[in-house]
Write a protein that binds this ligand. Structure first.
Ligand SMILES: CC(C)(COP(=O)(O)OP(=O)(O)OC[C@H]1O[C@@H](n2cnc3c(N)ncnc32)[C@H](O)[C@@H]1OP(=O)(O)O)[C@@H](O)C(=O)NCCC(=O)NCCS
Length: 117
């Protein structure tokens, strides 16, 4: 049964501005695992990666119904890819939902679906 859906879109220019201003923004949004991935990317991919994960985490918080906050922080949510590059979403270490991420030159967007078996 589907128990939640969430969608989010972010402007690439906003994420790039926040990311180049200070390392604090990415440290707040990305987990240690995700920061390791981020550090291996080219400059353009860094913005795409960070924007996509920001959108996915906001979309997850909407699917859950809590928004981002005490119940569900950016650090509670992690996106990990399988060997083919397909992302999966984890909440506090447990695989917890389906996620799809996209980016263009101007925007990144993500959709999350929660379901119970
Ligand atoms: C829910 C949240 C993710 C909304 O994100 P947003 O970027 O402000 O707004 P969006 O335009 O993406 O989404 C707004 C819509 O989310 C939906 N929404 C709001 N609260 C929600 C909730 N608890 N659950 C599900 N959906 C929710 C509403 O439908 C809202 O639109 P509406 O008011 O017209 O009905 C919010 O928790 C949030 O922004 N948290 C702060 C994130 C943060 O710390 N950012 C730091 C940037 S430096």
């Amino acid at each position: 049964m589907i128990t939640g859906i969430g969608l989010d879109i972010v402007e690439m220019s906003r994420i790039h501005r926040l990311d180049t201003k200070s390392p604090r923004f990415r440290a707040r949004v990305l987990t240690d695992y995700e920061q390791t991935e981020y550090n291996q990317l080219t400059e353009t991919r860094k913005t795409e990666f960070l924007a996509g994960r920001f959108a996915a985490k906001e979309a997850y918080s909407k699917a859950k119904g809590t928004g981002i906050g005490r119940e569900c922080s950016f650090q509670d949510i992690e996106i990990r890819k399988d060997t083919k590059g397909k992302p999966a979403i984890y909440f506090q270490g447990i695989e917890t939902g389906l996620v799809s991420i996209t980016h263009s030159k101007e925007f990144a967007a993500a959709q999350v679906l929660l379901q119970t078996i």
